[in-house]
Write a protein that binds this ligand. Structure first.
Ligand code: PLP
Length: 400
């Protein structure tokens, strides 16, 4: 019989897919389902990127590339980091990966051993704790409360650090809350890290361009260049350019870490897809008006959804500053009774009720390490979002 490794037994598949599976099953039964689950843009990849990929295929760019990524793409990433973030990274400090997810995984695999702790502020992206576990580390969650905009407080960070802490993973703008750390908030956190040289900082910047904060905060390494020697920047083209399926991300950091990650990559996936790399060059070097237009689109959707949610008695949410998620507080629904006589006891119950009663699919906050909430994705048309909100209002009005 199959004997699974301990590292696999420690982890679970993404709950996003469990919720999506249930919604898909209901759809097959003929139910109309409003899916507000997915974490990817509903828009098409811009045409000039499509053209670049087709052209690359025609030119025969279909062979292995350098393991760390093509020189063209690493140059484009280096230029992007300079142009948009004011940071200097040479090509040998950059690793191109099959998705940002792979960059995070390889960084943890390259650095963690048994007993090593990774600080994961909650609400967190579901994959962080499981990736840490898969790499033999121990995820340590630190709650960012709603009253603090779901953000990690410096006192909480200081308290959570131990001699075994290896990483702090910070994701701004955040999945699932949309929280964006201000410069002042970054500075306070970086000051704590200054006092603990054993702790490295991983900044997951995948939602960088979906940001509605008054003015985009400067990069934490511009605010505190001293931390560059122990910071890994993780980013990619998935969300910004609607390229999720092309699996193209990257990491920038100290050469020793980048080399270790590259060694792991060379013995596992090898280079990211050659055509995706060609597409990413076109994305990063090309016209950025798509990016700006999209941020505006996501902002309109956010405003519409947040307004409608807050008009529902029992649901409440703040205006998120970024990403395409709204993290809805559903504490006001707990203890209420459904038409079938069930008492809603937690956010899982609320999510199942919304799905079964009115066909709205969202994900329980429980999956992100902070209850009672649910995450709703605004990566859907305005029409779909409005229909989802109307249905949720109906479902809530049926509770006693
Ligand atoms: N980081 C966060 C916070 C995400 O939400 C996601 C995707 O959902 C990723 C990383 C993964 O990005 P990629 O598609 O580049 O692997």
């Amino acid at each position: 019989s199959l004997r699974l490794a301990a590292r696999v037994q420690r982890i679970k598949p993404s709950p996003s897919s469990a919720a999506a599976d249930r919604a898909a099953a209901l759809r097959r039964e003929g139910r109309s389902i409003i899916g507000l689950v997915v974490g990817e843009p509903d828009l098409d990849m811009p045409g000039h990127i499509v053209e670049a990929i087709v052209e690359a295929a025609r030119q025969g760019q279909t062979r292995y590339t350098q393991n760390a990524g093509t020189p063209e793409l690493r140059a484009a990433i280096s230029a992007k980091l300079q142009r948009e973030n004011g940071l200097d990274y040479a090509a040998d400090q950059i690793l191109v990966t099959p998705g940002a997810k792979s960059a995070i995984f390889n960084a943890l695999l390259a650095t963690l051993g048994e007993g090593d702790e990774v600080l994961v502020p909650a609400p967190y992206w579901v994959s962080y704790p499981d990736m840490v576990l898969a790499c033999d580390g121990t995820p340590v969650t630190v709650i960012g409360h709603e009253s603090d905009g779901f953000k990690l407080r410096p006192e909480a960070l200081a308290q959570a650090i131990t001699p075994r802490t290896r990483w702090l993973i910070l994701n701004s703008p955040s999945n699932p809350t949309g929280a964006v750390y201000s410069e002042a908030e970054w500075k306070d956190l970086l000051e704590v890290l200054q006092a603990h040289p054993q702790v490295w900082l991983m900044t997951d910047e995948i939602y960088e361009h979906i940001c509605f904060a008054g003015h985009k905060p400067r990069h934490p390494l511009v605010l505190e260049p001293g931390l560059k020697e122990r910071t890994l920047i993780v980013n990619g083209v998935s969300k910004t350019y609607a390229m999720t399926g092309l699996r193209l991300g990257y990491a920038a950091g100290p050469p020793a870490l980048i080399q270790a990650m590259a060694a792991l990559q060379s013995q596992s996936t090898s280079n990211a897809c050659s055509l995706s790399q060609a597409g990413a060059v076109a994305a990063l070097n090309g016209d950025q008006s798509f990016v700006v237009r999209n941020a505006e689109l996501y902002r309109c959707r956010r405003d519409e959804v947040v307004g409608r949610i807050n008009a529902i008695d029992g649901l409440r949410c703040e205006l998120p500053d970024g990403a395409f998620y709204v993290y809805v507080n559903c504490a006001g629904l707990l203890g209420r009774q459904t038409p079938k006589g069930q008492i809603l006891g937690n956010d899982d119950d609320v999510v199942m009720y919304l799905l079964e009663q009115v066909g709205v699919a969202v994900i329980a906050g429980h999956a992100y390490g902070l209850s009672p909430y649910f995450r709703l994705s605004t990566a859907a048309s305005l029409e779909t979002l409005i229909e989802g909100c109307v249905r949720m209002a109906t479902a809530v009005s049926l509770l006693r």
